[in-house]
Design a protein around this ligand. Structure first.
Ligand code: DC
Length: 231
């Protein structure tokens, strides 16, 4: 008998390695992987390109009018990785830059933006067989997901991981204290915003990966997955 196809929802704090874990599982089980953070990042890039953000203010009436014109999709590149496309252009690199990172929490806090993204995400997962990561996947996007994970790690561990990543990319100016302050600030914004604040769904499994290797957490997640598709 064919295994049943399920929905896997992965939420959690920033810099926890959510996407690493989600991507690895999707690849292993042959499911599609959707990075919902990339969608909020793409909308933010669109706003920046159209001059809709001034300081910490987003021109909401203008953005609302433009929403139907914003088309986001994912395409697998020749390395087998999924790239984010915005209105026919590959924007994978641009959406990971500091300019977008600094403004994305403003845009992802807007109710009508969230509504449009959630509708697209639900359409992408209509046939199940999907691993989706974000902040509100188990609570808002797929409250009926068969497997829900909420990942966390201590702020210090997350800051350390990001600090090392920055250093490996040649950033010698950012200090550990600055990275830690940024992690704490992002947690504050994500958990206290009015629209869909980050919280663990009641039926989500909590994974604190502070002391786990990537291999250990991948194995743990795969076992949880197998338990759900076999039952
Ligand atoms: O996971 P990330 O850092 O790429 O997410 C970018 C931003 O989008 C971050 O500020 C949180 C927000 N986000 C969200 O509000 N809801 C989601 N489902 C995914 C991301």
């Amino acid at each position: 008998m064919a295994q049943k196809r399920i929905t896997v929802a992965i939420d959690g704090h920033s810099s926890c390695g959510k996407s690493t874990m989600a991507k690895a599982l999707a690849k292993r089980i042959g499911y599609a992987y959707i990075d919902t953070g990339a969608m909020y990042r793409a909308v933010t890039l669109y706003c920046l390109e159209k001059g809709m953000i001034d300081g910490d203010k987003v021109n909401k009436p203008r953005l609302r009018r433009h929403m139907p014109k914003i088309e986001i999709s994912f395409k697998v590149n020749e390395e087998g990785k999924s790239d984010t496309w915005l209105n026919g252009k590959n924007v994978e690199k641009e959406i990971r830059g500091m300019e977008v990172s600094n403004k994305v929490s403003l845009v992802s806090a807007i109710g009508f933006v969230r509504k449009a993204m959630v509708e697209q995400q639900q359409a992408m997962g209509r046939n199940k067989g999907i691993v989706m990561d974000g902040r509100d996947i188990g609570t808002v996007v797929f409250p009926d997901a068969e497997l829900k994970i909420f990942i966390t790690a201590t702020p210090e561990v997350r800051a350390e991981r990001r600090y090392k990543e920055l250093q490996s990319k040649g950033d010698t100016t950012t200090t550990f204290e600055e990275v830690l302050a940024n992690v704490l600030e992002r947690d504050r914004i994500d958990t206290t915003r009015k629209e869909s604040p980050l919280r663990q769904a009641d039926d989500a499994l909590l994974l604190d990966n502070s002391n786990l290797t990537i291999e250990q957490q991948d194995e743990w997640l795969y076992k949880e997955f197998l338990m759900r598709v076999k039952s």
